[in-house]
Design a protein around this ligand. Structure first.
Ligand SMILES: Cc1cc2nc3c(=O)[nH]c(=O)nc-3n(C[C@H](O)[C@H](O)[C@H](O)COP(=O)(O)OP(=O)(O)OC[C@H]3O[C@@H](n4cnc5c(N)ncnc54)[C@H](O)[C@@H]3O)c2cc1C
Length: 369
């Protein structure tokens, strides 16, 4: 069976890997570069039980286990490691500090407690993981094809491929995994809307000075909103910090995503206040990206109703890196066997949300530059 996946983010490449393991003939179509968007610029934080009590619980728990298995079985070079995780706040005066407070934070940061251990929290370098999934899929015969999907090929009432550069690429099944740009596919298919929420981040060169301790903080920015910075020291000697979100509009071309005016300066000031190490460390990257979100906050994972041969996997919001492996495994089962066995996908069925009418979706290339 030939499967064409549109989008080489963490979701598209994870589906490609699991399909390739099962022996499918896989092609991944990517308009810019593997991991060029949120999948390359996110935190890469993983948690076993933070989705417990929600419809995401089975997907997250299966994914947390698969991340460990993939790192071991593929000898993945993507910085997978377990972490200790703390919550706290900064910017208020505090009389006492939690016993286990990391030594590398400023006195201004008060740790409220430990919220994750090496049994329950972990991380990957998200770009390296996404590329690692694509390389592992390629080693099993999958093909990465540069190009932008411009429409769908239809035959006998079914979706039979993708149009790229005016040419048809044929396939038995097509998977829309275009992250927040999946909204563009609503011009071709009856899909519920997917929105993009912007987040800013910095990567510092910190060497071995910060141990594997993740931080989730609250910070009332002077004269500004309440911020919730997240800090992830990585195995490669860098430290990732994100913390300023915005509702800026999504450029049609992922290459045109750039930080909002002033956001990086605010984030850098926050980091300098958070840790004397970050205050001194060289900045390796200042960046922004959009996470894909749906109207009810749950991903769309499944067959597209009324369009035989079409599937969608997007809208993973803040847990796309965590939930990619189980999404890939379940999508491979759905496409090849007709049903997912490893995880119940019914909470993520695209049919649960009202679809846009493709005839009434008018998305021009005006913003695409
Ligand atoms: C600041 C921030 C921090 C985050 N931190 C974490 C975290 O710590 N842990 C976690 O689990 N998740 C985290 N996330 C969420 C995670 O990054 C996303 O859920 C995930 O990366 C989404 O992956 P995706 O493959 O769906 O989309 P994307 O990464 O956006 O990939 C979509 C791909 O489709 C391609 N594409 C689009 N249109 C076309 C077309 N027409 N033809 C061909 N290709 C196309 C794009 O170029 C892109 O490569 C974070 C997100 C943000 C914004």
């Amino acid at each position: 069976m030939r499967v064409l996946i549109v989008g080489a983010g963490v979701i598209g490449t994870s589906i490609a890997y699991h399909l390739a393991v099962r022996g499918a003939d896989v092609m991944v179509l990517e308009r810019n570069g593997v991991a060029c968007a949120a999948s390359g610029k996110s935190g890469g934080f993983l948690a076993l039980d933070w989705c417990d009590g929600t419809p995401l619980m089975p997907l997250a728990r299966r994914s947390f286990a698969l991340h460990a298995e993939l790192a071991a079985s593929l000898q993945g070079d993507w910085g997978y490691r377990r972490m200790t995780t703390y919550a706290g706040e900064m910017g208020r005066s505090h009389a006492s500090q939690h016993d286990a407070a990391p030594g590398w934070i400023a006195p201004d940061v008060a740790i409220a407690g430990q919220i994750g251990s090496t049994a329950t929290t972990a991380q990957v370098h998200p770009a390296a993981f996404t590329i690692g999934m694509m390389r592992a899929a390629e080693a099993l015969g999958a093909e990465l094809r540069p190009g932008e999907a411009e429409g769908l090929l239809r035959r006998n009432g079914a979706v039979a491929g993708v149009v790229v550069g005016g040419e048809a690429l044929e396939a038995d099944a097509v998977v829309i995994a275009m992250g927040p740009w999946s909204i563009l596919a609503a011009q071709w298919l009856k899909l519920p809307p997917v929105f993009g929420l912007k987040g800013h981040s910095l990567i510092f060169q910190t060497g071995a000075t910060i141990p594997p301790e993740a931080l989730f903080l609250e910070y009332a920015e002077p004269g500004g909103p309440m911020l919730t910075p997240e800090v992830f020291p990585r195995a490669d000697g860098t430290t990732y910090v994100c913390g300023i979100s915005s509702e800026s509009s999504l450029p049609i071309n992922p290459d045109f995503v750039s930080p909002d005016d002033g956001a990086i300066d605010r984030l850098q000031a926050l980091c300098a206040r958070m840790s004397p190490i970050l205050a001194r460390a060289p900045v390796l990257a200042s960046q922004a990206c959009f996470r894909p979100v749906t109207a009810d906050g749950l991903p769309l994972i499944g067959a597209v109703p009324g369009a035989r041969g079409a599937y969608v996997a997007t809208g993973h919001s803040v847990w796309g890196i965590l939930n990619a492996p189980a999404t890939g495994e379940a999508m491979a089962e759905l496409i090849l066997d007709g049903a997912a066995r490893s995880v119940d996908l019914s909470p993520f069925n695209p049919a649960r949300l009202a679809a846009l009418d493709p005839d009434r979706v008018s998305i021009t290339r005006r913003l695409g530059r």
